[in-house]
Ligand binder design. Structure first.
Ligand SMILES: Cc1cc2nc3c(=O)[nH]c(=O)nc-3n(C[C@H](O)[C@H](O)[C@H](O)COP(=O)(O)O)c2cc1C
Length: 354
């Protein structure tokens, strides 16, 4: 865990699991792009546990219209750590030429791949034809990917849903993406109207995989390590992308179940994550932003929940460490923490922060 800055370029595996254009991907489990969560520190933790590819949080192209400004919150989403590779910049918009213009600009920051989000269901995004709203305009998708694949030197990929509503058009869109140069398609197995309700449709992921020749990443409802291989076997997808099930649960990338964790495992990850948050976001911002991760690390773990107030009130690393110490003393005699459930429907009404 301490080598969290180690580069995957030094991965000793001889053969990549699959290629995105000419970019080799070593591994089959990937942290989902998640606004508000998949920032530099959390990507570093997940990478250490085995996440094979690193997406930024999505960025509206309109916000990247001006010159690179490292203090602007949207440009900051494109920060990457040394050795963070393969690095995918994810952007969204509804105007093919503007998307191209911005993609060309951000190419100079040297991502390995540029991805277009066509899955965000939030009204503010999809209502203006961006995110999953793009899936209602196949011709806009065709033009966008045609422009991008012609003018960019890095591979271009897309992340989609099943479609807008029950008239699911993921096969049509998948083929349009492939025909216009997309080198990978990731799909969340729900429609825009479903948001996060119901269960993800893995049959649809299998169907998409059958229909395309480029790699397909399956996404939706992977919460336990065994779900990873279950989704792969069921759908034939090249890799599995994990979102909500990975928050406060980076162990899933090493296929370790929370039921196997000890308190010491949780303490270690919490300390390292907080340290990374403070290094990257500074103090006290790092602490404030860490709180929502912390809640997920300790969800359903009785002892921590009893002490939640102490943790939530901590405003410095020292205060946080003090609360951890008290917790550690109380659990001295306990080893295993037992299973900790991941609440699957928590983000049902998730309005992805833009
Ligand atoms: C809080 C939150 C933020 C998200 N932000 C993004 C994003 O920026 N880009 C994106 O493509 N998907 C985003 N998603 C969708 C996830 O990447 C993923 O497709 C979805 O959560 C389904 O996967 P899961 O069942 O493993 O959570 C977000 C989801 C959540 C819960």
């Amino acid at each position: 865990m301490d080598q969290i800055h180690s580069s995957q370029k030094t991965d000793s595996k001889a053969y990549p699991t699959f290629l995105v254009g000419d970019i080799p991907i070593y591994g089959d489990v990937i942290l989902s792009p998640m606004t508000g969560y998949s920032d530099v520190p959390y990507r570093a933790i997940c990478r250490a546990y085995g996440s094979a590819m690193h997406y930024t949080e999505f960025v509206p192209v309109e916000a990247l219209g001006k010159q690179h400004d490292r203090y602007n919150k949207f440009w900051k989403r494109l920060d990457q750590q040394d050795g963070e590779t393969p690095m995918v910049f994810q952007i969204f918009g509804n105007d093919p030429k503007l998307i191209l213009n911005v993609a060309q600009r951000i190419e100079s920051l040297e991502p390995d791949i540029i991805d277009i989000n066509m899955g965000c269901s939030t009204r503010r995004v999809s209502g203006r034809g961006a995110g999953v709203g793009m899936m209602k305009s196949p011709e806009v998708i065709a033009e966008t990917f045609n422009l991008l694949s012609t003018h960019l030197s890095v591979p271009v990929t897309g992340k989609i849903r099943l479609g807008w509503d029950e008239n699911k058009n993921y096969i049509e869109i998948g083929r349009i993406l492939e025909d216009n140069g997309a080198q990978l398609v990731a799909m969340h197995g729900r429609t825009k109207e479903q948001k996060y309700n119901g269960t993800a449709d893995w049959d649809a992921i299998a169907e998409l995989k059958q229909a395309l020749t480029v790699p397909v990443i399956g996404n939706g409802d992977v919460v336990e390590p065994e779900d990873i291989d279950r989704m792969k076997a069921y759908t034939g997808c090249d890799a599995v992308m994990i979102g909500r099930g990975a928050i406060g649960n980076p162990w899933i990338f090493s296929r370790k179940s929370r039921a196997e964790l000890t308190y010491a495992d949780i303490f270690e990850a919490v300390r390292i994550h907080l340290r990374e948050m403070l290094n990257y976001h500074g103090n006290p911002n790092g602490i404030f932003l860490f709180r929502k991760h912390f809640k997920k690390y300790v969800q359903n773990i009785g002892l921590f929940e009893q002490m939640m107030e102490d943790f939530m009130q901590a405003e410095t690393a020292e205060q946080f460490e003090h609360a951890l110490q008290i917790c550690a003393e109380k659990v001295e005699m306990q080893d295993k923490i037992g299973p900790a459930l991941i609440v699957r429907d928590e983000f049902e009404d998730c309005a992805t922060p833009v």
